[in-house]
Write a protein that binds this ligand. Sequence first.
Ligand SMILES: [Zn+2]
Length: 669
Amino acid sequence: MINPLLKELSNNFKIPPFDIIKNSHFKEAVIFSISKQNSAIEKICSIRNKPTFKNTIIPFLNSGNKLTEILSIFYSLCATSLTKERENIRKELLPKISDHFSNIYQNKKLFDRINKIPECKTNTKLNIEQNRVLYLLKRNFLRSGIDLKTEDKAKYKKIIKELGILGVNFSQNIIKDEKNWIHFLDKKDISGLPKFLKNDLKFLARANGKKGYAINLTEALLLPFLKFSDNRKLRKKVLKSWKSRGLQSGNSIIIRKTILLRQKLALLLGYKSFSHYRLETEMAKGPENVQNFLQSIWGPARRKVKKDTIQLNKLFKSDGYSGKLKPWDWRYYAEKKREKKFKFNEDDVKSYFQLDNLIDAISYSCNRLFNLKLKKVEMSAYHEDCKVFEVLKDNKRIGLFIGDYYAREGKRSGAWCSTFRNQSKVNGKRLNPIVLNVCNFSKPQEGMPCLLTFDEAKTLFHEFGHALHQLLSNVNFEMLSGTSVSRDFVELPSQWFEHWLESEEILKKFTCHYETKNNIPSKLLKNVILSRTFNSGFDTTEYLASAIMDIKLHSEKTNSNPIKLEKTYLDKIGLTKAIYPRHNLAQFQHIFSGGGYASAYYSYMWSEMMDEDAYSAFVETGNIFDKVTAKSFEKNILSKGGLKEPEILYKAFRKKLPDPKILIKSRNL
Ligand SMILES: [Zn+2]
């Protein structure tokens, strides 16, 4: 039988044939596609004619299409349903893939041809897009060590390979530590918990063959548990276990090795530090700018936390405790204070936020803004839990959207957006993207709707904002499409879209009590909106602590004990003992499960400065659905992908760059 991964996709949506793809197909398909790409590149290098965009760049870009397609399927399956078998295949393939890409970007013959094509000056016929592709390609080659001496090239390759393996092991260690941890609870242990959480904990116990209740380290269970459980000892136990994930399995060694290798890589390529290397292509340009930016928010956040601590301490003492407020107390007492101030609890709110209604809210918002609609289709993707939608713009199909929303064993924690295919054009004809959103919401029990907390609803909108960036992309080359932008720009569309969930109109229209079917009462609605920045001192501080550590570790001389440094340094800069960093190093997947956000965790807040400012552009018109502003946002940002430098794209939309001060206001610091 022919390997389905190697066949041309022929179905209507060009969706991979998940039902017939077997794990055993991947190895053959990857190895075959690698060798096919190699022969295509050899052919390009052997052309005698003068190098041109048409005879060199186009065939080079096309040479990797099949491999990209296969890898996107494989990586998605690993991230959403990791099994022992897939883990082993990945282990075997990863070094081969890493070598392959290093070989391409160190291929001197290929680079010489590309380098001979003149970039847009006066004597070239390249258009803006072709010129951008050429510029980025040359930059990729240079940043991947094309100019290194032969022995240094070998060193580079080895480092990249090792980093790849370390990243995978880092995630696996966390999954392992999560998997092994479960705690069974008695009736007395569930005091204070809201109804939805009790149900979920009961369900978990039952799934493990026990009566009563159980808690594990799934975020959707653990975070509300920390907020509501009256049992201080248990809160401590749960949070401590959550924060030690990765440690038992050896992530501290991986962290040290990873940072060391990244610094080696940067030095090899002639940079002062990994941060200098990494940030060269980002909007922030260098670590000093990032440090100054983070610092400008750190002070106000600390002051807010100081004030909040005094108030929370009062509640803490009134419960008869002595001593100081601890990290396992903060969420609990903050919630108590919030309830008192705004007079609602999570159960009240959660009953109104149904996943399916919120997906309708997304479709509705996108329709008002961009004439876009989500139409559910009965189609199976790679897992029975996936919801599949056809995406229409002005009633024409522009892509396929898959929502994989429920937590399950083997799924990586957190939420993300990826693609099975990116948008591009072939001979001027649009190739529609297939976009995937993955979340970790608790799967509802039979007959129940999936209910979300307000934060989870925000995550839903956030990830769809990334999806919009992919779906509305309108460029010729896949290399430039959708989210192929610098890391500190990529969170702009996602965080920008969160604002629509928080709008009164959407909250009013799409929240309905799952039992009574009543709309959300206006007083509750008002309080939900008012309480938006209630705990912003805590949120900002825990985030900044992680972002500051990330940039410190990657911009300075390597420290022999990063875990220890984390503690002492955060102490030194005045992180209160009542708050942990959002991600302690041992489970900081953004920066250690691969290099995605390494030295770039600041990106979320950097993008937030833009998303707040971009949202203001809508508010200023008096209508957040203003079509003219939406059109400009689509034209200048969402459709452009990486066609131009981010500051140019942003200025075309807003005529100016934003000021960090906007964050102090929007976060109410
Ligand atoms: Zn995001």
